[in-house]
Design a protein around this ligand. Sequence first.
Ligand SMILES: Nc1ncnc2c1ncn2[C@@H]1O[C@H](COP(=O)(O)OP(=O)(O)OP(=O)(O)O)[C@@H](O)[C@H]1O
Ligand SMILES: [Mg+2]
Length: 291
Amino acid sequence: MDMSNPPPPKGLIRVERLQVQFEAGGKQVQAVDDVSIRVEPGEFVSIIGPSGCGKSTLLNVVAGFLPASGGTVLVDGQGIHGPGADRGVVFQQYSLFPWMTVRRNVEFGLKMKGVPRAMRESAARTLLSIAGLLAFENHYPDQLSGGMKQRVGIVRALATSPQVLLMDEPFGALDAQTRVVMQEILTNMWQKLRISVLFITHDIDEAVFLSDRIYVMTARPGRIKAEIPVNLPRPRTAAMTAGPDFLGLVQQIKQLIREESLQAMGSELADGALQGFLTELGPGGVEAAIH
Ligand SMILES: Nc1ncnc2c1ncn2[C@@H]1O[C@H](COP(=O)(O)OP(=O)(O)OP(=O)(O)O)[C@@H](O)[C@H]1O
Ligand SMILES: [Mg+2]
């Protein structure tokens, strides 16, 4: 290959001025408002923001499960017209086929693409070994722990060699210890594969540990409130999470989220049934009252 003129790297996600509205009970709900984000090829980018701010909506538009109401979404310069093998998706719920073994689950997408049996077996086994799951290739999903199931889910999303991996709170259902291990596995796999990741999480530590960059969203309708670069060295290690740089970033993001959550709670309280509660607040305001 001519290294002086390498092909352009793949996996560029560009979301420009995205608007998403829903019809709900005859009313228009603005879920995403004027959101512009970018994931460079090979970059790991997280989105964090209060519940209901439109994170999943944004990801579902990039995945091709939902149409945009306005704005532009491009992956490697192409518009989105439904789901595609160029974009792997992992959700919080495990979505493995229970009647297929681990390896067959991983092979499924390749089979759909018409990849011959021997090739898909070897691709599945390579990926399973990167994820430390080769010993379980002939197990059924029921025989695996939650963390293992989610690892298989990730491997399956990677099997068709997508340029981008879209992950919506993939570790949200796992206990705290398993979650930390999964983060280390994911960051290791990502470093080997060098694909772009758009990752959604509620967990600030998780976002800082994994990401090159973090977008913080406002309460609904979701807009981008801040963009935080994470300049921690790679590979990321568990030891880093106790360092001042890591903790400083976590603190900064915590403050941003707290402002948003309080605002979201405040507006709900103001026009909801808890109006009386609001008038009881002392000088510390909502913040003091909820501690
Ligand atoms: N299909 C739909 N029809 C109507 N409203 C919807 C639909 N999907 C989402 N919404 C609304 O759009 C807003 C954004 O929802 P979304 O699921 O994207 O939030 P989120 O940030 O992912 O929340 P969470 O952190 O709780 O997962 C919410 O107010 C939600 O109620
Ligand atoms: Mg969501």
